[in-house]
Design a protein around this ligand. Structure first.
Ligand code: DAK
Length: 258
């Protein structure tokens, strides 16, 4: 299978590594990356592969967010449509896969990048990782499940604090919060992910698929629908235009009052 933005490599007969390869943009997720990730995951789900590792290329970032330059000019309708498509192709799809997916978080996992890691079944971070949902600093809200999955993983209070302050946490804090399962030096990140995958390989693939389905069944879908609607609403605001423009111009945004 050919990809423009992904590197796909089999580490062994049953472990596949998918690397998001846009290092100059810190692996930001544009629509094409989302579509390619869907194809790569779907392909792996339908082959003998029994564990998947996702990483970002380069040493700086797992994924620094959705591609701000791509979505900044969207209308509310386009924003909502992109959100629905993203959920269907990537975030919900990945979460419900029967093949376990491990996020190996090397560096920044921000916005859509953290949302991608949150949809994975297991998260391992390198010591230099920084994880956060900075969307409100751009005048928008997390739209790829972050308002729901972050609270599911670390509890409502911590999630509120991270989302409302827009501040990332470092790897140590992420471990303390239970946002990641382990933290290792950057040079050992892939080894640790492979070691975890090898533990999975010892178990029944059929039971693993069913266990993923059963764990996911505990979490309702209404919150995701609300997030989707409110995300579209945020796209209609002047703050959204200002926040994304300020990012491009490398200045602090001037948001309106309430
Ligand atoms: N999008 C596009 N380009 C990005 C990017 C991003 N998220 N993050 C970084 N880049 C680009 C930078 O613009 C820069 O490009 P050039 O200027 O060189 O062309 C290049 O990557 C290197 O970045 P920096 O020069 O800024 O590198 P620094 O080391 O100085 O800073 C940083 C690293 C990660 C702190 C900084 O790049 C940064 O703050 N990046 C933005 C982080 C962020 O705010 N991420 C969250 C984005 S909001 C949606 C659902 C969800 C979302 C969107 C839509 N739908 C449902 C429709 C999610 C939204 C987000 O993820």
């Amino acid at each position: 299978m050919k990809f423009k933005y992904l590197l796909v490599k089999d580490i062994s007969d049953y472990i596949r590594l998918i690397t998001i390869n846009r290092p100059k943009q810190l692996n930001a997720l544009n629509a094409a990356v989302i579509e390619e990730l869907h194809r790569a995951l779907e392909e792996a789900e339908n082959t003998p592969v029994r564990a998947i590792i996702i990483m970002g290329s380069g040493e700086k970032a797992f994924v620094a967010g959705a591609d701000i330059k791509e979505f900044m000019h969207f209308t509310p309708e386009q924003g909502q449509a992109l959100s629905e498509k993203g959920h269907k192709l990537l975030f919900d799809y990945l979460e419900q896969m029967h093949t376990p997916v491990i996020a190996a978080i090397n560096g920044y996992a921000l916005g859509g990048g953290l949302e991608l890691a949150l949809a994975c079944h297991i998260r391992i971070a390198s010591e230099n990782a920084r994880l956060g949902l900075p969307e409100v600093s751009l005048g928008v809200i997390p739209g790829y499940g972050g308002t729901q999955r972050l609270a599911q993983h670390i509890g409502k209070g911590r999630a509120m604090e991270m989302i409302l302050t827009a501040q990332p946490v470092d790897a140590r804090k992420a471990l303390e919060y239970g946002l990641v399962g382990s933290v290792v030096p950057p040079e050992l990140l892939l080894d640790k992910a492979v070691e975890t995958a090898e533990k999975i390989l010892k178990n029944s693939p059929a039971a693993i698929g069913l266990a993923i389905e059963a764990v996911n069944a505990a979490y309702g879908k209404d919150g995701f629908k609300t997030e989707n609607r409110l995300f579209g609403q945020a796209f209609a605001t002047e703050d959204f235009k200002e926040g994304t423009q300020a990012f491009i111009e490398r200045r602090k945004p001037k948001f309106s009052g309430k």
